[in-house]
Design a binder for this molecule. Structure first.
Ligand code: F1P
Length: 356
């Protein structure tokens, strides 16, 4: 292997260890976070971030609403800065969850500052930099400093911040199976080992020129993040859609150089598998990710990644991503791109003040 992408590869593969540290970080704070949540009595939650951390917010909001019943939505931070009146209803006590690897992205910082000035509620930050300005604006925070990266593209930082968000959701929802989340690092290690050759083979396959990532509910945000990894690292054509939306126009782009990557959900896998099968019949190749092999019964036309976690649906989202990060990494090398230093990108977007 060339020198290119050494950091990215190491960061992807280090996730079992770094996620385990995330579990320890959360355990130390679980009681105080629970206290914060109970005292807050929030009417609604808004998750926000930019780029990867906006996609993490999409998954976080879907997960929180499903587990807690509290209304939860996600917006890119710039929308909160420019259109707050359209997003924060009057007289509702809001918990704003700000997600940012760096804690220094202008839009996210400004959204937090404006929220604070308007007295809309309280802020919980999720980040990898405890000394960042975002953490200073927050009422409480979950920070995984050891998940920081040398690479510009987020891999283990995303995974670890997502694990923290999943732990938080399970904790405040009072889920008895919070303990089950402790198996995530071990499952992640098994997936990276078992499916590394598959990710490499597909990533290096020159016949594949278009990547479509499909997911529903909590897995839509993960599909978006996998799409962004593919774009940022490799400059390959990649898009993400809600799974059944794919029939409504995007499928016109399917040809024999297409790989459809389907992230199957427990509740809707039969409908999702039909979409994948139709696209296979239209000439696409298919990679299907499912927790259980039985969700893919008879789908011998698809390459398969079986997560085999046995975890409840709310505990699984983080497991869908590591193999797809490897897929993007190998496509980057195949496209002669350096995954550590994506074209045109900086690790942090710093702008002049937008409104503050
Ligand atoms: C967010 C972000 C990244 C993206 C790029 C620019 O950063 O948009 O997702 O890959 O490098 O920054 P952050 O707020 O999570 O630090």
């Amino acid at each position: 292997m060339s020198e290119q992408g050494t950091h990215t590869f190491a960061e992807i593969m280090s996730q079992p260890t770094i996620w385990a540290e995330g579990l320890e970080i959360f355990a130390k704070q679980a009681a105080s976070i629970m206290d914060f949540w109970e005292r807050g009595a929030f009417d609604q939650m808004i998750f926000t971030g930019c780029g990867s951390t906006y996609y993490l917010s999409l998954t976080g909001a879907a997960l929180f609403q499903a587990l807690t019943g509290t209304s939860a939505r996600a917006y890119p931070a710039s929308e909160l800065v420019f259109y707050p009146e359209a997003i924060y209803p009057r007289d509702k006590k809001t918990l704003l969850v700000t997600v940012s690897r760096s804690g220094e992205t202008t839009e996210t910082l400004e959204a937090a500052q404006l929220f604070r000035q308007a007295g809309k509620g309280q802020i919980l930050a999720i980040s990898c930099y405890s000394d960042s300005r975002l953490i200073a604006t927050a009422d409480t925070a979950l920070v995984a400093d050891s998940a920081r990266e040398q690479s510009v593209a987020q891999t283990r930082s995303f995974g670890t911040m997502l694990v923290l968000a999943q732990l938080l959701a399970a904790q405040v929802a009072g889920q008895s199976d919070l303990q089950a989340l402790h198996t995530l690092p071990e499952r992640c290690a098994a997936l990276l080992q078992t499916y590394h050759p598959l990710a490499q083979r597909l990533g290096e396959d020159h016949h594949i020129q278009r990547f479509f990532f499909l997911g529903s509910h909590t897995l839509y945000g993960i599909a978006c993040e996998a799409m962004l990894k593919m774009k940022e690292m490799s400059l390959a054509y990649s898009e993400a859609f809600h799974t059944l939306e794919f029939r409504h126009g995007p499928m016109s782009m399917v040809n024999e150089n297409t790989l459809i990557i389907g992230l199957l959900s427990e509740a809707t896998h039969a409908h999702e598998l039909e979409v994948l099968h139709e696209m296979h019949k239209r000439g696409a190749r298919v990679l299907a990710l499912a927790d259980q092999a039985r969700w893919l019964a008879g789908a011998d036309w698809a390459e398969q990644v079986i997560l085999d976690s046995g975890l409840p649906a709310g505990a699984r989202p983080a497991l869908y991503l590591p193999v797809l990060q490897l897929l993007a990494y190998y496509r980057a090398l195949t496209n002669n791109q350096n995954p550590d230093r994506p074209t045109n990108l900086d690790a942090v977007v710093s702008l002049k003040p937008l409104r503050a």
